[in-house]
Design a protein around this ligand. Structure first.
Ligand code: FPP
Ligand code: MG
Length: 308
């Protein structure tokens, strides 16, 4: 598996799936393909196809559909979050207006579903339509709870399942479906993707508090200043003594950077979350030992090492 050739082929498949006549849709298509995204979801699908020695003719299309659903959800998400930039570029909403961004997201989703339908596999259809439901439901739950100090860990886990882990799970499960594996193997594959997605999102939340903008590519403490109850805050709330715990909502409201970072340090929040991520990564690596060594598998192992 050659990474840059793989990305090229994913992009040309995306190009063939997004059929367009209107000038604005051509612009959106260019924007989607040249987004600077890392194509993590499609690559994950293709690695798992390779691990199962599956050479199904639709694997490139299914891989690209994972990216298309992701791209559509980001177009909508940037409207929900009133975001002007993504990955250092203007968002579609900032450039063409929010109405265009919403309709463009719908269009991308429709292109993906149309192509998936042509693969003619009901289990695949069920797998991805469930993801679209999960994305929408979790975004609604997030809107309701992300700034609410009463948010519980269960609610947080539900949100990140829907917004991130569900699509990762579909990327891996769909490889097992295409390979004609039985439902218990498909379930094990789905669980791998879900755990990876869960780790991925928690790591993203962690970066906000512990990594400078240059390294993370995101504004340092942006979630904190947006008053969001993301993972580091929820873990801090679990570990803090009762006096400090009571102060957390006030610190968030006041945007006192020094104070929140002091509490994070005092209760070792970075180490606690990093340990949890490491345990998850070991579990994922352990799962992979059941499968034969291949170049694609080493590539995935390398990526897992980097997360750790
Ligand atoms: C990014 O999270 C958000 C998502 C990946 C999901 C957004 C889902 C919707 C808006 C529902 C609509 C769904 C479809 C299928 C069209 P974030 O805001 O925490 O991350 P960010 O920093 O990358 O914006
Ligand atoms: Mg967002």
């Amino acid at each position: 598996m050659n990474l840059s050739l793989t990305v090229k082929k994913i992009d040309s498949t995306l190009d063939s799936i997004i059929r367009e006549d209107l000038k604005i849709l051509k612009d959106i298509k260019r924007y989607t393909i040249q987004s600077g995204g890392k194509r993590i979801r499609p690559i994950l699908h293709l690695v798992f196809c390779d691990i199962l020695e599956c050479n199904h003719k639709s694997k490139w299309e299914v891989a690209s559909i994972t990216e298309l659903i992701h791209a559509a959800s980001l177009l909508h998400d940037d409207v929900v979050d009133s975001a002007d930039t993504r990955r250092g570029k203007k968002t579609v909403g900032a450039q063409f207006g929010n109405k265009t961004a919403i309709l463009a997201g719908d269009f991308l989703l429709a292109c993906g579903i149309e192509r998936l339908n042509r693969v003619g596999n009901q289990s695949l259809m069920d797998c991805f339509t469930q993801v679209i439901r999960d994305l929408s439901v979790s975004e609604l739950i997030q809107m309701q709870w992300e700034k609410n100090p009463k948010i519980t860990m269960d609610i947080y886990e539900k949100i990140i399942y829907g917004k991130t882990a569900s699509l990762f799970g579909a990327a891996t499960e769909s490889a097992a479906i295409l390979a004609g594996q039985d439902s218990s193997t498909a379930k094990k594959f789905q669980e791998f993707g879900v755990l990876l997605g869960n780790i991925f999102q928690k790591r993203d939340d962690l970066l906000d508090y512990f990594t400078d903008s240059k390294t993370s590519g995101k504004d340092f403490l942006k979630d904190f200043h947006n008053q969001l109850y993301t993972y580091p805050i929820l873990v801090l709330r679990e570990f803090a003594g009762s006096k400090d715990r009571k102060d957390i909502p006030k610190i968030i409201e006041s945007g006192n950077e020094a104070k929140i970072l002091e509490l994070m340090e005092k209760y070792n929040i970075h180490e606690i979350i990093q340990d949890e991520i490491q345990d998850g990564v070991y579990e994922l690596m352990n799962f992979l030992t059941e499968y034969p060594d291949k170049k694609s598998k080493s590539l995935l192992m390398e990526q897992l090492e980097n997360i750790r």
